[in-house]
Ligand binder design. Structure first.
Ligand code: PBG
Length: 349
């Protein structure tokens, strides 16, 4: 008998001495570090940032302690700090003073997000990857991610008579993508969940000469209750109805793979799952299924939930934050979008 096989039978001995001991490799910090299967480093993290038009001072977001709506100046400072901390990148959300039905400020050259992109790309060059979230909800007066039209031809309405109209929205997304790339965005990240959005954006970018600008598709984005605090931060809550006719339904898993496959077929260079922690099964399945980089977005409600618990002294904040980030990486995400990106980067150093 080999020692290994013998050990399997050691229950028959008078005094059972385990042969296999999982504890051996856990016994010192050095051994645990050496054998850790998942590593987290600052370069894996992307910080979402909000920049608001018409404010002189950063405005704290009540439901996200530690997160602010930036002025262009405070954003420049925060971006420098992020670069110093060694994180992978930033993703920008703009909040314009004027909103309208078509979200004109999203692609206005002097729109707040495009001005901020210009400044950051001039300040930082390639030091950080500058991502532009591409959506209309922060820019439309109705707060939906696409154009809203009266329901017609048997299309069921949100709030009764209005629908978010897929195909006309694609033309808007195309224009916004060009404006963002022009302004200096290194990556375009469409989050509106309109069908065909990646193809429309790829075609537009290529047509405008931005053939080298990658698209990170929010491919599997769920209609989630965990976006609540973000809507305060980005001032983009829908005025009527909700987003469940375009974002994915939380019970569905196979459909995420279909959304991902579709976005890749349309030319996405990388894909995202969102939210992260309540959808680790989706992160894992997507990571297994594709051979492109996978990101996961740890959203505002995930942040708020843990901050609230930590503020009450119910969890050890740093430990819990790093555990969530590690779990998201362990599930298969290479990149994590997180409001803790810079702070976590400091902890990891
Ligand atoms: C919409 C968008 C949302 C988030 C990122 N992009 C909100 C939504 O879909 O309602 C949520 C991010 C977060 O909650 O942190 N363009």
């Amino acid at each position: 008998m080999t020692p290994r096989a013998e050990s399997l039978g050691n229950g028959f001995r008078a005094r059972a001495t385990p042969f296999a001991r999982g504890r051996r490799l856990r016994s010192t910090p050095a051994l645990r570090r050496l054998t850790a299967q998942t590593r987290l480093s600052p370069a894996d993290l992307v910080l979402p940032v909000f920049v608001k038009q018409g404010i002189d001072e950063p405005v704290p977001i009540r439901s996200m302690p530690g997160v602010v709506q930036h002025t262009t100046d405070s954003l420049r400072k925060a971006a420098h700090e992020a670069a110093e901390a060694g994180i992978g990148g930033l993703i920008l959300f703009g909040i314009p003073s004027e909103k309208d039905a078509v979200g004109s400020q999203a692609d206005a050259a002097d729109g707040i997000v495009n001005v901020a992109l210009q400044q950051l790309s001039a300040d930082l060059g390639d030091e950080l990857v500058l991502m532009a979230d591409l959506c209309l909800c922060e820019y439309t007066d109705h707060g939906h991610c696409g154009l809203v039209t009266p329901a017609r031809g048997g299309v069921r309405g949100q709030g009764g008579e209005l629908v978010v109209d897929n195909d006309p929205t694609l033309d808007r997304y195309a224009a916004v993508a060009i404006a963002q790339a022009q302004a200096g965005a290194h990556v375009i990240a469409p989050s509106g969940m309109m069908d065909g959005q990646v193809a429309a954006i790829r075609r537009a970018l290529d047509g405008a000469g931005h053939t080298e600008t990658p698209i990170l598709a929010y491919a599997a984005k769920y209609a989630s209750g965990f976006y609540g605090p973000f809507r305060e931060a980005a001032e983009g809550a829908p005025r009527f109805g909700d987003r469940s006719t375009y974002q994915m339904d939380p019970p569905n898993a196979d459909e995420a793979l279909r959304e991902v496959a579709q976005d890749l077929a349309e030319g996405a260079d990388a894909v995202m799952v969102k939210p992260a922690l309540p959808y680790l099964d989706i992160v894992s399945r997507v990571a297994d299924a594709v051979d492109v980089p996978v990101s996961a977005y740890q959203v505002s409600g995930e942040y708020a939930m843990l901050e609230a618990a930590a503020a009450n002294g119910w969890v050890d904040r740093q430990r819990a934050v790093l555990e969530t980030l590690t779990a998201i990486r362990r599930a298969g995400a290479g990149t994590v979008l997180t409001y803790w990106a810079v702070e976590a980067a400091h902890w990891l150093r």
